[in-house]
Design a protein around this ligand. Sequence first.
Ligand SMILES: [Zn+2]
Ligand SMILES: [Zn+2]
Length: 451
Amino acid sequence: MGELAVLDTKLAALRQGYLCSCGRRHQLPIADIEIDSDILGKIPDKLAKLGLVGAAHLVADTNTMLAAGSEVEAALQGAGVATSKTVYETQDKDLVPDEVNLARLFLEVPLSATVLLAIGSGTITDLVRFVAHKMRKPFVSMPTAPSMDGYASAVAPLIVGGFKRTFAATPPVAIYADLAVLCKAPSEMIVAGFGDLLGKFTARADWQLSRIVHGEYYCQSSLDLMETALEQCSANPEGLYRREPFLIQGLIEGLILSGIAISMAGNSRPASGAEHMLAHYWEMRSLKEGSHYHLHGTKVGVATPLILDIYGRVLATDSKSIDPASLAGRHLTPEETEELIRNHFGPMGDQILVESPGKRLTWGAREKRIQVILNKWDQIQEALAWLPTSESVLEMLDQAGAVTSPEKLGLPQSWVDDALIYARQLRARYTILDMATELGVLGSRLPKPSY
Ligand SMILES: [Zn+2]
Ligand SMILES: [Zn+2]
């Protein structure tokens, strides 16, 4: 298998473990990763090779049971492996990783199960990841759609009390993705995965930016891991639209490697920047207002050109035109910013204020920050010269058959304007949204985006 060899080569050094030039020691926590056609019938063998001998508990929803679960179940039973299963009904509503669905899994996983099999995409994997972690059982991830980059992740985003929170969990012991199943995934899931992958452009740029401005820890190897997949898919979005297997393979590879990159860096920097903050902001608002639910990657996809547009505006700014004296007159004090955050986020305001205290700058601190940016202006320009334009990413989304704008997604313009002002407060992470605000390119009164 030529394609498998590529993935194996990429991961070979990680499997061994090595001391990286970033200063950290990297080691792959996942014993086996395979993307291939006809993998479903081989699961009993693969589990045996991993030493996972004993009963298996399958977790799927009605769609993924049909797409892959039944075949895995039959193969396991044929090999004499005892099976049990949890199949969530999804005919009338989307599956949510909330308390009710978690409780059901805790009730149904037998204590005698040796391994849990998560057969599905984001929600199924997150539910299983958390429950397996708490029950101290290994789990195998079997992606049924190339829809998001959390397959290899060690954390589980769950919705508790109506709010999304990220919980510590463990990565899967193995990931087995059946290419034939992935190629038949619903198109909205494929384009969502593409959106999540395109977000790596701005995630990478934000990390470079913070490295230059703040000297933040940075690991080039974690970014290099995803490079081939990102190049392959962004160079041929029409092929993704046509579901060409080698591109679907490239997409799932990129998404799995992105999760591995996160574990290498020890945080989600390689995979998540300002575009994810916008998506996160819209998701919070959807949960709060009970409307506009969309797949994670779909939101990341439409957020990416918005962030690239801001990059374009910042990088096109003549640094000599940045006038600290006029910015000083319009500066919001930390107290004023706090009040704005409390007013905007309501009951969640206090929690958000704890997240990002470093973003409420006094004028003195902001002036120093501006000076640092201006001193490094050429270095920033040079480091980010590779960044694609907003227009080119819009075209990629369009050619892949994805939604291209928040408007086409049905999100009100006010959600976009508010996200550009407030989303940066959701995390301490420094991004272009902070730099644009500090330089006055994004003021507290925002110009409308250009599309
Ligand atoms: Zn993502
Ligand atoms: Zn490194």
